[in-house]
Design a binder for this molecule. Sequence first.
Ligand code: NAP
Length: 289
Amino acid sequence: MTANILDGKAVAAKQRQKSAVRAAEFKAKFGRAPGLAVVKVGEDPASAVYVRNKRKACEECGIESFAHDLPATTSREALLSLIKMLNADDRVDGILLQLPLPKGLDSTEIMDTIDPAKDVDGFHPTNTGLLAQKRPGLRPCTPWGVIKLAEEYQLDLVGLRACVVGASNIVGRPMALELLLARSTVTVCHTGTKDLKAEVQRADLVVAAVGKAAYIPGDWIRDGAIVMDVGINRGADGKLCGDVEFAGASQRAAWITPVPGGVGPMTIAMLLSNTVDAALVREQRARAK
Ligand code: NAP
């Protein structure tokens, strides 16, 4: 079998176009564009690239982006006070805190301070809790992007034996919750998992979010499985690659995401979508008062 490619770049472009239309309708109705504050602390080069891409994506979509670039020496108090100021700013519908933060700043404390109604990353415990209770609010962008990608290709996830490899707060755990919501039967693997190979081998759907280049050998993938590779790694050849060994896996899977061009573009697309959603909910709530 040679796998069909799940083209995240094309699906993300379609999603972004939808968000652009919704952002324009929002502006026509409420007299302002949806607004996203992007907060970057320090000089991490990868973060600088991500932040630049997110701001550019906002501009292209008709979302106003508010840039807050702070030095690595920023104190806890100064960062908390900026977040509180953004929480209170009516032009700001979404707040994105680029991670990782410099040493000495507690990202959990800072993220918990973001108003859940403006938490367009979907990382706040309130939004995670809502997802866990089957009543999603703002959903974590990467896992939601995986679900949207599957939806776009009309892949039926109901009843699939899904194996999520990775259990982080930002990818693996919310991914498991999304798949539960989609009515898959979910197993979550992590460094405590005793026999990862056996778990992957019996999965109809593998979502890989380990953060290790080609860590999952292609011959672990079951014939006809769906492979969603969240990992973004630099391989030994210097090129970007995922957590799954692509060449081998694509001989067995029915569907597979490439890296780059798979899940990655979906993450930014869902961030834009969340920002427009947050703006609409905030305006509706303001009018209901
Ligand atoms: P993370 O916080 O480092 O979490 C990695 C997870 O993998 C942990 O739960 C860890 O288990 C598990 N793990 C590590 N080694 C393992 C092993 N040998 N066997 C089984 N499980 C293992 O990483 P993350 O933030 O979730 O990101 C994962 C990957 O996705 C990275 O490559 C990152 O760059 C990428 N990413 C991509 C996007 C996108 O838009 N495509 C977005 C976010 C992240 P423990 O919990 O036991 O430590």
